[in-house]
Design a protein around this ligand. Structure first.
Ligand code: ZN
Ligand code: ZN
Length: 336
């Protein structure tokens, strides 16, 4: 079969790849589509993944084969699947850190969503696969995993009704976070440097002032001058942390969702201590949030309208990566 292979040094090539088959408890999917995630791009440019590798984990497919002992799915079913599943019983899992579970980090789809076919291992079939009913578009279902990551961030910020949250960056993840925080009862302000993304944030339900001075005024007005209960960074990297710190209330949370790596924190310990700030992060999501995310997308409680800006065939994945890097695409959806 064909797969778009990361061959090293950030290079993608359409290559032949051994076709997988389904064992007991497993599914073999014909990939219908796969979303391109910011973390795929981080893997392409970073050194955490050993080449050759096939990336892609926001996978929608059609069941070609269901292995023995898979009663929930049958050939022909459309499904959305995610790549990582925890063991549910180790110390990390029992303490609310499922994405730090060693089984979680070892689990994966075979080979990945940027291929014609994918094998879904048995734990993923049991806990991270959802049958897509007629009427739910593939692209909507493909947001299950990214939305799940956002829902986990909402929980980790401890957001409650009446909170005010500031979301920085209105790419696809920023727009999903806006909706997740609103569902938790928060008032959401948001910002992005790009005007078309500010429009997306507005459509997602955030208050999105045009200029920074207006944003600060709106934040003060919404919080009696306190600042946001949580500031969530999806863009800007560590350099945005001092800006975020100036807009979080005493006792509030700075949540580093994404935005790039950094060696040192540009925040003084004094400000963390005397203002009792929490600096948090979330890596990935658990099957609990995957199920919640799928349900919210199915009910239309979270919408993804306008987020997929580019649809590309597998052979043009590299082009999609460039579009995202240049911020010309919001979400790229790849179809074999
Ligand atoms: Zn993702
Ligand atoms: Zn575990």
């Amino acid at each position: 079969m064909k797969a778009c292979v990361h061959v090293g040094a950030g290079v993608l090539e359409l290559r032949d790849w051994p076709a997988p088959s389904a064992g007991p408890g497993e599914l073999l999917l014909r990939v219908r589509g796969c979303g391109l995630c910011g973390s795929d791009i981080a893997k392409l440019v970073g050194d955490r993944v050993t080449a050759p590798a096939v990336l892609g984990h926001e996978v929608v497919g059609e069941v070609l084969e269901a292995g023995a002992g898979v009663p929930r799915f049958a050939p022909g079913d459309r499904v959305v699947v995610a790549h990582h599943v925890p063991c549910f019983h180790c110390h990390y899992c029992r303490r609310g850190s499922p994405s730090m579970c060693r089984s979680f980090q070892r689990s994966n789809l075979d080979p990945g969503g940027f291929a014609e076919r994918v094998r879904v291992p048995a734990p993923n079939v049991a806990h991270a696969a959802f049958a897509i009913p007629p009427g739910m578009p593939d692209e909507t279902a493909s947001f299950t995993e990214p939305l799940a990551c956002c829902l986990r961030a909402v929980k980790r910020c401890g957001t409650a009704a009446g909170d005010t949250v500031l979301v920085v960056g209105l790419g696809s993840v920023g727009c999903l976070l806006v909706q997740g925080f609103r569902l938790a009862g928060a008032t959401v302000l948001a910002t992005d440097l790009l005007a078309e993304r500010r429009r997306l944030g507005l459509a997602a339900g955030a208050r999105v002032p045009e200029r920074e001075a207006e944003l600060d005024g709106a934040l003060r007005a919404a919080t009696e001058g306190r600042g946001a209960d949580a500031v969530v960074l999806t863009a800007g990297g560590p350099a945005a942390l001092p800006w975020a710190r100036a807009r979080v209330r005493d006792g509030g949370t700075l949540h580093y969702f994404a935005g790039g790596a950094g060696e040192a924190l540009p925040l003084s310990l004094e400000s963390l201590y005397h203002h009792e700030l929490t600096l948090s992060a979330t890596y990935s999501a658990s099957p609990v949030e995957l199920a919640e995310a799928f349900e919210l997308l199915l009910r239309g409680a979270v919408t993804v309208d306008g987020l997929v800006t580019h649809r590309l065939p597998l052979a043009r994945l590299a082009e999609g990566v460039e579009l995202v890097k240049r911020q010309q695409a919001v979400k790229v959806y790849v179809t074999p």
